[in-house]
Design a protein around this ligand. Structure first.
Ligand code: DAK
Length: 257
């Protein structure tokens, strides 16, 4: 089925998902979230793709969940339809996902960026959780992701006050990776994507799993998984190629197997 709220294209082994609901500042309705996640999964399964990028437009990455759609939800309608299940699927994507943020990344839009592995933002980007001003709270992982990224005190202040934070502040607190001039966001994101696409894909995947494990598990369990993935990396031809290329003083040619 054709996508209504996103556009997708491929550039140099990078699958790009462009949020495309400009008349509503890219507010995320449920169909749009379905389209985003289904496309992420398609790119994840596609051997010709090594990195996934999610981007908005110049004004907004995404200004949150669609308030009009959410307004009439009830506890039981949410319990029955479980609209969070599709968000959980984002966490199963194995390839690197980069968010390219210009303008607003608010509420669910910020949560979408936080579900990505890396965030490249424009100097004029702003991040925030305005949920409290609507009488609710972040529901797609905001309280958890932000607290793990920046610590309890700042996360509480930020989410309680519902204020927007500049890209520089977000960078300072380790919530995002890079800040560049607005017109450079796409270029910087593609530079990063290109660098990642040149790394050994199996190793990149195994590293993502191991680093994610570090966030939530006791050290001992994390070390076990790291060791298992380290062994697994030695099952790849890319390991042979990477080490051989080093000894032969040439660049490796990674195949992802
Ligand atoms: N929902 C619906 N429409 C929105 C929207 C939103 N979140 N954000 C903007 N729009 C619409 C505006 O209503 C306006 O539509 P028209 O009036 O032109 O028809 C259009 O986009 C342009 O917006 P503005 O005219 O307001 O533009 P400004 O430049 O003046 O302001 C703004 C931009 C982003 C600062 C402002 O629009 C704004 O404050 N927007 C709302 C921000 C917000 O409160 N976001 C929602 C937070 S709650 C869940 C998953 C996630 C969530 C919940 C559940 N499940 C899986 C169940 C997350 C919840 C949230 O995100």
């Amino acid at each position: 089925m054709a996508n209504e709220f996103i556009q997708t294209y491929v550039e140099k082994k990078t699958g790009i998902i462009q949020l495309d609901r400009p008349q509503a500042a890219n507010a995320l309705n449920r169909q749009m979230v379905d389209e985003i996640v289904e496309q992420m999964e398609r790119f994840d399964r596609d051997d010709s793709i090594r990195v996934i990028v999610v981007k908005g437009n110049e004004k907004a990455f995404a200004a949150g969940a669609d308030i009009d759609e959410m307004m009439d939800d009830s506890p039981l309608s949410l319990e029955l339809t479980n609209p969070f299940a599709v968000w959980d699927r984002m966490m199963l994507i194995k390839k690197p996902v980069i968010a390219a943020v210009n303008g607003f990344a608010l509420g669910g839009g910020f949560e979408l960026a936080l579900h990505c592995d890396l965030i490249v933002a424009a100097e004029n980007a702003s991040f925030g959780f305005p949920e409290v001003t609507l009488g609710v709270m972040p529901g797609a992982g905001g309280t958890q992701f932000l607290t793990k990224a920046m610590g309890r005190a700042k996360a509480l202040e930020w989410i309680w006050l519902g204020q927007q934070m500049s890209a520089r502040e977000a960078l300072h607190y380790g919530v995002i990776n890079r800040v560049v001039a607005p017109e450079m966001v796409k270029e910087e994101t593609m530079r990063l994507a290109h660098q990642l696409a040149g790394q050994a894909p199996v190793a990149v995947r195994l590293i993502k799993e191991a680093v994610d494990e570090a966030v939530d598990t006791p050290l001992e369990d994390g070390l076990k998984l790291e060791r298992k993935n380290f062994y697994l990396a030695f099952a790849s031809q890319d390991q042979k190629e990477g080490m051989k290329a080093f000894t032969e003083k040439r660049s490796p040619s990674f195949k992802g197997v």
